[in-house]
Ligand binder design. Structure first.
Ligand SMILES: [Zn+2]
Length: 208
């Protein structure tokens, strides 16, 4: 009898394990990488150094990873990922005739994936203009990375949630807020607002 019970228990455990495994979809793969970029400003004492650029990339990667940590989405530097955002020197708005610089842009097709870019110059300038007077050079350099990472998270949200309106948030401290021209883009914490439940619905870690 004891043996039989043990057998039943084992079988139940095995069934549970199997059903958990089959409910878990493979994570969505998204690529994020930097093109060769540069920036200089008097406030930084000249051009960004190779060390600065490494700090910026590390900070930006941490931001993107933090933003999507609650979801079944893996961010890497893979360029063949279904979804990607690359950091480029500048992004031009081609919808407008005159030359206009924008923070970022994305294209996506439902069921296929998406591609986007964010502007290094836009976020480097922004981190400088929104820097509190007490900010050190190091803090400003990190803020450039934070701005870029949060801008990339915003663009990824457009791609992952193709067909959904993510700009409806009025929360200036949220990733999906419609404008990057705000101090919250660079300084202080950031969170998901309206896009959070939408991402959880499509990319929840344990839901279907
Ligand atoms: Zn947007």
């Amino acid at each position: 009898m004891k043996l039989l019970l043990a057998g039943v228990l084992l079988a139940t455990t095995a069934t549970l394990t199997l059903s958990v495994a089959s409910n878990e979809r493979p994570p969505v793969s998204a690529g994020f990488w930097f093109d060769p970029v540069s920036f200089e400003a008097q406030a930084l004492g000249g051009a960004l150094t190779a060390d600065d650029l490494r700090t910026i990339e590390t900070t930006a990667r941490e931001e993107v990873a933090t933003a999507f940590a609650p979801f079944n989405i893996v961010i890497s530097d893979r360029r063949d990922a279904r979804y990607h955002v690359r950091v480029v020197q500048e992004v031009l708005d081609h919808r407008i005739k005159r030359k206009a610089w924008v923070a970022g842009q994305s294209h996506a097709m439902r069921g296929f994936g998406g591609s986007g870019s964010v502007s290094f110059i836009y976020f480097a300038s922004g981190a400088l203009s929104y820097a509190p007077p007490t900010a050190t050079r190091r803090e400003t350099v990190e803020a450039i990375g934070r701005g870029i990472g949060r801008g990339a998270a915003h663009e990824f949200a457009h791609q992952f949630l193709i067909g959904r309106e993510v700009h409806s948030s009025r929360d200036r401290g949220s990733y999906e807020y419609h404008a990057a021209s705000r101090p919250e883009q660079y300084y202080g914490p950031m969170h998901w607002d309206v896009a959070g439940p939408m991402l959880a619905e499509r990319y929840g870690k344990h839901s279907r």
